[in-house]
Design a protein around this ligand. Structure first.
Ligand code: GLN
Length: 508
């Protein structure tokens, strides 16, 4: 298909599916966009495209700064914010010829698992329940996932702090990839929890995701956590070393199955999809090997201490003076000084963000920091050690001391881990947004139980869609879910490769 036809189709789908609420700011006016696409078509015809994403429409999550579109983070407090600059990732995409397809909806500041905490209303999944009811699109990059699933863009940039690219990918039947922490620049990405925040890519297939990732996978001197060129070469020479290189070609892979992930809450159809995916890999000659990640049980609790703690600090700047829309009724008020901060923040943040700020401020307070924040940091380290102990590849950026102690303890022999992205099928939207519904915030946090461990350890992880027979009790005859592949730090290409082996498999 020509790039022009592809772009026209995306633009008409943006109109057709506007009720899904995937976009906060869709593309306005198609003429300039289509002119750019025509140029890209010409370049492609001459065999000189700028990149594999040249002339393609890529949507940007609305917590990533763009000069030509406002950046709201789906929050009242940033409803008037327009960034004077593009985030590095946006700049990189534009330099590669890609076109910003608009800004997608999300949970406010990326906090949530269902894309319902948005000032612009919830995102709706394109998939429907058996009786036609709206389903959760997952979050927080739900708008990005729905935009891809409904053909409103070619691919999408999201952010993944604890699963926000992978979870919506699993709920919408798309591919969602979170690269190793530090490979993709965070400059111009609005911080939620900066030691975890990672820009990720969503696409219909792994191939499109790989193409976009290739453009973003570069050092950025403006981001102090961006991996330096010398560390990048170290990672490359490590994965291309004779001991590891054959994993990409000839030798069978050793696929780890973490026993702790077989939790009783796992929905039967998701468990079936997991088993069938493993059986498929085995039938291809790969070796399935049970492994133990004992600290996993503590990972979710640690995440929900650390992420809110960082959020409470990152969001302190939205006070109506330095950043954020000042609460209107306060202008000219005698007591403006007294209530400026509280009024602005009270009106500007939604309930989920307020909850995180309160939780985070508490766990960082002098009385609680030892019992909560420090303990959670310890758990984070244990989670990292668990992963390091089972992978055949070493963490390529570990210190020499850490590497030699690992050698003394004996090395792991697993190449990748395979397990579900999320334990459940997407819940009905009405159960999440109705005031009288019985779901608590903790129910939403439970969705992240399988995604946060890789985030805490900064590892590359992908969710690919897989279909299995349903348990017969749910809404459908078949269950479309996400299977997750996690690799050692820097093993992004291997994770993408295994994703390709499983993506779109229908075991029915
Ligand atoms: N659901 C998780 C949270 O609310 C993850 C969010 C994310 O990855 N941005 O923190």
């Amino acid at each position: 298909m020509s790039l022009l036809r592809e772009a026209e189709r995306c633009l008409s789908n943006q109109k057709l599916y506007s009720t899904l609420n995937a976009f906060i700011t869709p593309l306005q006016g198609s003429a300039p966009t289509l002119d750019c696409v025509r140029d890209a078509d010409l370049r492609r015809d001459k065999g000189k495209p700028k990149s594999n994403a040249d002339g393609r429409l890529i949507s940007i999550k609305d917590n990533i700064c763009t000069r030509d579109f406002s950046t709201t983070c789906a929050s009242e407090i940033l409803k008037e914010f327009s960034s004077p600059f593009n985030a590095t990732v946006v700049e990189q995409l534009e330099n590669a010829g890609a076109i910003v397809a608009g800004k997608t909806n999300l949970d406010e500041f990326g906090m949530g698992s269902h894309s319902v905490h948005s000032r612009f209303g919830p995102v709706r999944n394109l998939r429907r329940g058996r009786n036609g009811e709206s389903l959760s699109a997952g979050g927080s990059s739900g708008g990005a996932a729905v935009a891809v699933a409904s053909g409103q863009c070619y691919a999408a940039l999201g952010t993944d702090t604890g699963g926000s690219v992978r979870l919506p990918a699993a709920y919408t039947g798309t591919v969602g990839f979170k690269p190793s922490y530090g490979l993709v620049s965070r400059w111009g990405v609005v911080a939620y929890s900066n030691s975890l925040d990672t820009v990720g890519v969503l696409g219909k297939d792994t191939c499109s995701v790989r193409d976009v990732f290739a453009i973003l996978n570069q050092h950025d001197p403006r981001d102090p956590t961006s991996i330096s060129p010398s560390s990048r070469s170290r990672i490359l020479s490590h994965v291309n070393s004779p001991r590891l290189a054959s994993r990409m070609t000839s030798s069978p892979l050793k696929v780890g199955v973490p026993v702790e992930y077989n939790i009783s809450e796992l929905s039967p159809s998701v468990r079936r999809a997991w088993h069938l995916s493993l059986a498929h890999l085995q039938s291809q000659g790969h070796i399935i090997h049970p492994v133990s990640l004992p600290a996993t049980k503590l990972a979710l609790s640690a995440y929900y201490i650390l992420a809110p703690a960082e959020a409470s600090s990152n969001l302190a700047k939205y006070d109506g003076v330095r950043y954020g829309t000042r609460a209107e009724c306060l202008n000219g008020d005698d007591e403006v000084e007294k209530y400026l901060y509280a009024g602005t923040r009270g009106k500007g943040f939604g309930p989920e963000v307020e909850r995180r700020i309160l939780l985070g401020t508490f766990s960082l307070s002098a009385a609680a920091v030892d019992n909560y924040f420090i303990q959670a940091q310890r758990v984070r380290r244990l989670v990292q050690c668990d992963f390091d102990a089972i992978f055949k590849a070493e963490q390529p950026l570990s210190s020499h001391a850490a590497l030699s102690s690992r050698r003394e303890m004996g090395q792991g022999d697993v190449d990748v881990l395979v397990f579900p992205t999320v334990p459940f099928s997407p819940p009905q939207l009405s159960s999440l947004v109705n005031a009288d519904s019985k779901t608590s915030p903790l129910d939403a946090y439970m969705n992240d139980v399988f995604t946060v461990p890789a985030s805490l350890a900064g590892l590359p992880a992908i969710s690919v869609p897989v279909t299995a027979p349903s348990d017969g009790q749910g809404s459908d005859d078949e269950c479309l879910t996400g299977i997750q592949i996690v690799g050692q730090y820097g093993d992004d290409e291997l994770v993408l490769k295994v994703g390709e082996l499983l993506e779109g498999k229908k075991f029915i």
